[in-house]
Design a protein. Structure first.
Lengths: 257, 245
């Protein structure tokens, strides 16, 4: 019961603080609208918000899917081919020195104003965390497991698929959680740089027109969407590793959120 | 099948741990090696199992049937090494699962189930390793070792992580189930070696050498209050302590 009530109480508390700030500072509604006004806008503009939210959600999900698949594939190749590892790993690390945000205008130029450039942004931003997490997970298989597999006559392929891959699933889960929390950033930044749909576009547009209440409403939708996505991915990650008990999972995976 | 290791040598950080070491593992007998940590016992087992990557160990292995030993050794370590994502049955079946890409045959499934019953865990076949105690987990590891059905079983301190009672129980179980096999066991515990083995060797010195075998009388598992056994234990402890001083 308390676990259900707690988020509600927290949300209510935050709204109260928000309202208190509005009262105390006497900020006009085009600077900081109160929570009630934002909620009212949320209800009134619901169809508009949902239309844009759908686009953003699609970009995030596609980016998440692509980034995860690419990251997983890269990690597997890095582990499988030592030569590739020596050449590609430094490149990967260097590539992280380039802020993805700086690439946004270029991606826009190359891929156009449509969805593709935003999906590319989201993919790029999660590619590295997923690759790093999977690669670490695949490398850190307990030696004993691998020695046992060898005495059992397992070839390299069987070792990879049946020992190293399952053993890396907890690390893969962590990578997936990080990806789920940063993918929305990629999509929204992409929309800010140039687009005609999506929550990022709506926010920028509303801001320019002093419709700060609409901007906050869009922000709320985005936050709810990101939270929902995180919990969904968290659920998947847990399903992937059913052998980890609740107590260890919350201690090692930071599930206390 | 008799197995003989000849001219084995182990180097550790440019220092010779042992060289020109010969070890006989007679067919159907249980041989134990006692010795302190760092004397190269585990490396010897790894040499036999073909998993000595980190150790600088060389040696020739001869089998009486003239075939190479590689791929014909079952290894049981101090840790149970059960895969946490597989059920007990699947852990016992691991060898079959790793070698063939198809699912294990009904016959293999049946054998796994039978072996789990033998180690007293037939009821828990579908449980995950995390749900078991340390002693139970090591029993599953024993079942997995038996499932492999190899001519040589190498055990590296298999019971040393267990509490005294569980250790005693598992020793009895192992003696019963591995009685007629060729076994090499590494241990720190003289009593364990004497209870279970046909031949007890001590590896010690610098460079280390194998002592002449001690052959305890009677059949394994020998009772822990056997006077002869206790005398031999005292003798072995004396031998090991002398080295340490």
């Amino acid at each position: 019961m308390m676990t259900l009530l707690r988020p509600l109480i927290i949300a209510l508390g935050l709204m109260l603080i928000w309202q208190a700030i509005v009262w105390l500072t006497g900020a006009p509604r085009f600077i900081l609208p109160g929570p009630l006004l934002v909620l009212e806008t949320l209800v009134n503009q619901f169809p508009l918000l949902m239309k844009h939210a759908g686009v953003t959600l699609m970009e995030i999900l596609l980016g998440l899917l692509l980034g995860t698949l690419l990251g997983l594939a890269s990690a597997l190749s890095l582990v499988t081919w030592g030569g590739l590892r020596r050449w590609l790993l430094p490149v990967l690390v260097v590539s992280q020195a380039i802020p993805v945000f700086a690439l946004a205008p270029v991606l826009m130029l190359w891929l156009g104003y449509g969805m593709a450039s935003k999906v590319a942004m989201a993919t790029l931003i999660i590619y590295f965390p997923v690759t790093a997490a999977c690669f670490d997970g695949l490398r850190q298989t307990p030696t004993g497991y691998l020695q046992l597999a060898r005495t059992l006559g397992a070839n390299r392929r069987a070792q990879l698929l049946q020992i190293r891959l399952p053993a890396a699933l907890p690390a893969f889960g962590s990578g997936l959680r990080v990806a789920a929390s940063v993918a929305p950033i990629g999509a929204v930044v992409g929309e800010w740089v140039g687009s005609s749909t999506g929550l990022g576009y709506l926010m920028l547009n509303a801001n320019a027109r002093m419709q700060v209440d609409l901007m906050f409403a869009a922000l709320m939708v985005l936050a709810v969407m990101a939270l929902g996505l995180y919990f969904f991915v968290n659920l998947i990650a847990r399903r992937l590793t059913p052998w980890l008990s609740e107590s260890t999972s919350s201690a090692t995976r930071g599930d206390s959120l | 099948m008799d197995i003989r290791v000849e001219q084995a040598s182990l180097h550790w950080q440019h220092h010779c741990v042992f060289s020109h070491l010969n070890l006989d593992l007679p067919d159907g007998q249980w041989t134990s090696i006692l010795g302190q940590s760092g004397v190269g016992k585990s490396s010897l087992v790894q040499l036999l199992c073909g998993i000595a990557d980190e150790a600088d160990i060389q040696g020739q292995i001869h089998c009486s049937d003239g075939q190479p030993l590689a791929g014909r050794v079952a290894w049981m370590a101090q840790q149970d090494l059960l895969l946490p994502w597989l059920s007990l049955t699947d852990n016992v079946l691991l060898g079959a699962r790793l070698q063939q890409r198809r699912t294990p045959s009904a016959q293999q499934q049946e054998l796994a189930q039978y072996l789990l019953q033998q180690v007293g865990l037939g009821e828990r076949a579908s449980a995950l390793p995390a749900q078991l105690s340390g002693g139970q987990r090591q029993r599953v590891a024993l079942a997995r070792t038996l499932f492999q059905d190899q001519p040589l079983v190498c055990m590296d301190e298999p019971f040393s992580a267990l509490d005294a009672i569980n250790r005693l129980k598992l020793q009895n179980l192992a003696a019963e189930l591995l009685g007629d096999r060729t076994v090499l066991m590494i241990t720190h515990d003289p009593l364990e070696a004497l209870r279970l083995s046909d031949r007890v060797l001590v590896l010690q010195g610098s460079p280390a050498q194998l002592s002449d075998p001690i052959t305890p009388a009677g059949t394994a598992p020998r009772p822990i209050d056997d006077t002869e056994l206790l005398q031999q234990q005292a003798q072995l402890l004396g031998l090991l302590a002398e080295e340490r001083a």
